[in-house]
Ligand binder design. Sequence first.
Ligand code: SAH
Ligand code: SF4
Length: 369
Amino acid sequence: MNSVPVNLLGMPREELEAMFDTLGERPFRARQVMRWIYGRSVLEPALMTDLSIGLREELGATAPMTLPEIGVVRKSVDGTVKWQLNVGQEQAIEMVYIPEPARGTLCVSSQVGCPLNCSFCATGSQGFNRNLTPAEIIGQVLLARRELDVSNGRSPITNVVFMGMGEPLANFRAVVQAANILVDDLGFGLSRRRVTVSTSGLVPQIRRLAKVSNVALAISLHAADDKLREQLVPINRVHPVAELMEACWDYARETNAKSITFEYVLIDGVNDTVDHARRLARLLSNRPASANLIPFNPFPGSAFRRSSPEAIDRFRQVLIDAGIMTVTRRPRGDDIEAACGQLAGRVRNRVQIPLGSRRPGLREESVQL
Ligand code: SAH
Ligand code: SF4
């Protein structure tokens, strides 16, 4: 076995099989270990009783598995739970669980902070430190499952969304690895429609995603024209709306998705008029698309305000009249700063990545914007 410690948590099934192969073990060891980790939440090799004692000792010595450490836990009056998780070097990410009558959604983070700097987002205003590893991403799901009530014997997590801190597609490899484990029968066994990657619009990565995964895709659009979108979502200067929409329709076709979700934060006086709604309707009507309207959630230091309930209803009606499936997201957990866009965590030693950068030289991590 390698003398360098390896992390089995989040390791793709094929890599695990290859690792056991180099150890002279049969490939089915990978299945056994995955069942222990994801099926039974057992992370200590010593307790994996269907492995030989020698193998258990070897894995225990070289492949320790650790979950992020829980810092602060806050619970909202509406049942939403937010965990602040320490990820070393005094930094923290946040993860949110949103219970609803028929489902339980876990919102996971993919980066410590976010390099994309959208003007309306608390995470963006924190800056960026680093990508999370697959173990840190998948570790959030294991941790949440352990912390949540499982008294009825079933996992309360039915859906996982990459809508926490960070831009998931800027941490492509780790996010795809984690998503694959979420949908793997030997992993969490979720249906691909119940795993959603949300992106602010990294076009090349959307195209790559279609080749290696078929999970649900959500796009943070927030404006239907380039001039306004550039102000709200700076990555639009690199990948304008038309290019983004093409990539979305191709993604839907290549992955056989019924629809792509378009998220639209409604900000008072900025992007919430009937005219804005009509422009959005023109982009989405007669396409495999649905709209998710998110009333802006305030955070310290932000000058924006939430649109009025009347403006939100008017906006929604325009989309519905154009035949677009539209829901208005009810803010959840906003009393504990757990709602969309309010996650801040603790981000130290921020680094700058210029827009459009392909090889920013950040250690060996490949943040591609
Ligand atoms: N980086 C990814 C995923 C994380 S953000 C992305 O941007 O898609 C999850 C969602 O919350 C996105 O749609 C984002 O645009 C939205 N959001 C960000 N700030 C918000 C705010 N202050 N109020 C409401 N939604 C916000
Ligand atoms: Fe990053 Fe998404 Fe926030 Fe933009 S909205 S700064 S991409 S987390």
